[in-house]
Design a protein around this ligand. Structure first.
Ligand SMILES: *Cc1c(COP(=O)(O)O)cnc(C)c1O
Length: 430
């Protein structure tokens, strides 16, 4: 077509002699053609609010795509609320990790989640979600979407098939009385801080039986992705990330993403085009750098966590551990075996005692920093009952196992023996 832009990146080579290349290889080049940027080996940061059209007809062609007049979406860059070169490369690389057809980046994990839900739900609809969710996600469903006539039904993360069937039936009935549909099933696995894994395959089977494939399953994969879990392989349709955590990985940016089939991404993209909320070029550029080392960083953090949990497990001042590498429950173990390729590096430690003992432990740490968040290069520790989950009512805290003696730890990529020495001296101080 003569009025489409001629300057397109060269196609990325994704296999050699029929052998697909791994994501860690593709992170160094996919979606970027140096020839389009003066030969610059790395993508420059494109700081611009708008993009020049090659001709008036090309401008028209672009807008036909953006507005949906022509199927297939945008066919080039138009305006920076819609997309930019750094974000497009980032989105190409994010979809590689999840095995997704399409991905969209956002200015935060919560923006990604809110835009996803707003794009797929209408008044009268019901969202079925696992619990507990990240507090802001749970709040958005319960407090904000409810103002627009969207209700929810929740179930405990560890639910089995029979329990899931009952939840789907309840949601269906609720949607019928509201004159809507069950718009989406929204999962978070593992749940924080209980670490309960959701059986995504069982959710898919229950969904298929109740509604068929028209009701998408979305999952927040922030804790295990992209390395240790690929939910699209287990029946999820949409994967959500807070890229702020492991993907960004250096505790120096806030961003989010949603990925999945174009069918699900198109309405999300359209709403993002309208609302904004796309990651800025600087953040996208930093994420491209982060993605080059995400496998290295996550592998090292995972190995560190394994060593540290082995040390903590039998320590006299430790009552127990909530670590996916040491699951007692046979059903949870079975989900882990089917869904996860690694136990991650974020876990719970139950210290003998209560808040006072936890605080003495936290205050004595020297390498580990006292902060909420997770997935960074540095080790972080926090006390959920008095920090992230302070406003959770006591009864619900108890139900979720958020006790006063729970310390939440995210292991980084420091030397494992140094971390063990730090935890050891801090436990002595309890
Ligand atoms: C941090 C987090 C979010 C929110 O992400 P932001 O980037 O902080 O907006 C959502 N889900 C989970 C599981 C998280 O840990």
């Amino acid at each position: 077509m003569s009025d489409t832009p001629s300057r397109k990146p060269k196609a990325t080579i994704t296999e050699i002699a029929g052998r697909p290349l791994k994501p860690s290889t593709l992170m160094m080049g996919a979606g970027y053609d140096p020839a389009l940027s003066e030969g610059s080996l790395k993508p420059p940061m494109f700081l611009t609010s708008t993009f020049a059209f090659e001709s008036a007809a090309a401008g028209k062609h672009h807008f036909e795509g953006i507005t949906g007049k022509r199927p297939g979406g945008a066919d080039g860059l138009v305006y920076s609320r819609f997309n930019g070169p750094n974000q497009e490369i980032l989105e190409a690389r994010l979809s590689i990790w999840d095995g997704a057809e399409d991905a969209l980046c956002f200015s935060s994990g919560m923006t990604a989640i809110c835009v996803l839900m707003l794009a797929l739900c209408s008044a009268g609809d019901v969202i079925v979600h696992s619990g507990p969710l990240y507090a802001a996600s749970e709040g958005f469903v319960a407090k904000t979407l409810s103002r627009f006539g969207i209700t929810y039904v929740d179930f405990p993360a560890g639910a089995n098939r029979a329990e899931l069937d009952a939840v789907m039936a309840k949601a269906k009935a609720q949607a019928e009385t509201q004159g809507g549909k069950v718009a989406m099933i929204y999962l978070e696995s593992p749940a924080n801080p209980t670490n309960a894994l959701v059986d995504v395959e069982a959710v898919r089977d229950a969904r298929d039986a109740a509604f068929g494939a028209e009701c998408p399953i979305a999952i927040d994969n922030t804790f295990l992705g992209p390395l240790w879990s690929r939910p699209l392989d287990h029946g999820a349709d949409i994967v959500v990330y807070s890229l702020t955590k492991y993907v960004g990985g250096h505790s120096d940016l806030v961003a989010g993403s949603v990925s999945g089939a174009k069918k699900w991404m198109t309405p999300v993209r359209m709403l993002r085009n309208t609302m904004g909320g796309i990651a800025d070029p600087n953040t996208a550029w930093m994420l491209l750098r982060s993605l080059e080392t995400v496998e290295l960083r996550m592998s090292r953090a995972g190995e560190n966590a394994e060593k540290i949990c082995a040390f903590l497990k039998d320590h006299p001042k430790v009552e127990g551990l909530g670590y996916l590498g040491m699951i007692d429950d046979p059903r949870q173990q079975d989900i882990y075996r089917r869904h996860c390729t690694g136990a991650g590096s974020t876990f719970s430690v139950f210290i003998k005692g209560g808040e006072a003992e936890c605080f003495r432990f936290l205050d004595a740490l020297t390498i580990a920093k006292l902060a909420v968040s997770l997935g960074g290069t540095e080790t972080l520790a926090s006390h959920p009952a008095s920090m992230t989950h302070l406003s959770v009512p006591n009864a619900r805290k108890e139900l979720l196992g958020i006790s006063d003696n729970l310390v939440r730890i995210s292991i980084g990529i420091e030397d494992a023996d140094d971390l063990i020495a730090d935890f050891s001296q801090a436990l002595d101080a309890v």
